[in-house]
Design a protein around this ligand. Sequence first.
Ligand SMILES: NC(=O)c1ccc[n+]([C@@H]2O[C@H](COP(=O)([O-])OP(=O)(O)OC[C@H]3O[C@@H](n4cnc5c(N)ncnc54)[C@H](O)[C@@H]3O)[C@@H](O)[C@H]2O)c1
Ligand SMILES: [Zn+2]
Ligand SMILES: [Zn+2]
Length: 349
Amino acid sequence: MKTMLALVKMHRRPGLSLERVPVPQAGHGEVQIRVLKTAICGTDVHIYAWDDWAQRTVRVPLVAGHEFVGRISVVGDGVRGLEVGQLVTGEGHIVCGHCRNCRAGRRHLCVNTVSIGVTAPGAFAEFLALPAVNVWPVDESIPLDTLAIFDPLGNAVHTALSFDLVGEDVLITGAGPVGCLAAAVVRHAGARHVVITDVNPLRLALAEQMGVSLALDVRTAGVSDAMTALGMQEGFDVGLEMSGSAQALEDMIAVMCHGGSIGLLGFIEGTTSVNWEPVIFGGLTIKGIYGREMFETWYKMTAMVQSGLDVTPVITHHFPVADYEEAFEIMRSGRSGKIILEWPVAPSQ
Ligand SMILES: NC(=O)c1ccc[n+]([C@@H]2O[C@H](COP(=O)([O-])OP(=O)(O)OC[C@H]3O[C@@H](n4cnc5c(N)ncnc54)[C@H](O)[C@@H]3O)[C@@H](O)[C@H]2O)c1
Ligand SMILES: [Zn+2]
Ligand SMILES: [Zn+2]
């Protein structure tokens, strides 16, 4: 049996290990992809750290990872329109195709979703097998690094493009990789003021490179100070919550314009209290966001990159996969943007 290298969660304890595992085969309706680059996501860090969520969600052994770019190496039976050698990335949420939302074309709302690298074999491997419908063929002129982060860029695009952004004032809470990507997206889409908040100066500096109007450290300043500095009167039209902090959401609700909209992407864990008065009397709309729309988000993201959206500043580190432990430690420390893991290019036996 042919084997390959993969980053695997072998045991129910912290860490991952580089292991030899069987090469996944392209079944009916699937393709096999030779992985070129992957990126580390917060989700991978949860799995690495083996926190409560990971313990509840992951079954071992699991090949981790879901952010990738690669080339098709095998086209399975019954697949049309894809070829060996094609450069692709892909949607890591595999949907059932028969629930109400799938049948209505709202596949991102499938009630039976499984996720590669979480509940299905993932992309931190030399090869990945994926349903052909999940594959997103890409423009060869887009940098591989950018393609490797299409999944989190898609989270940012899905959240941001849920709302009208042209000429609007946007508040983003959380300047992690996804918040920084969202800053670039809303700027590209024509927002006026883009304010981003964080409690980590390194991440605020990264956000400044993405073209925000103001990057605010909420340990020392309030969002209303940003409004004063920018000469804003009535509050933000659009809020994108990308920190997972209940405090950040509360602060956001307090500075929204009447009739404004909030997208909730950050995972706010457990039960938290919200002052509902400004939501009700201010007529706010709050929308939860999960994943990416299949495949309108992928289409829009590709088009924006082709028309000049540059997200490369958010990528701060590259490591060969053998140095994955160092990469995960930096990611855990918050001293990075996106981190790319480079895969061995020559297929192994
Ligand atoms: N819903 C989805 O489908 C989906 C997909 C991807 C990521 N997420 C979530 O989105 C969030 C962003 O992802 P990421 O990879 O950038 O995460 P991240 O954890 O790297 O970034 C979050 C940032 O928020 C900052 N922060 C913490 N408290 C804050 C506060 N009070 N105010 C402002 N900022 C604060 C942190 O310092 C950090 O820089 C995470 O919560 C992640 O779990 C959700
Ligand atoms: Zn991800
Ligand atoms: Zn479904």
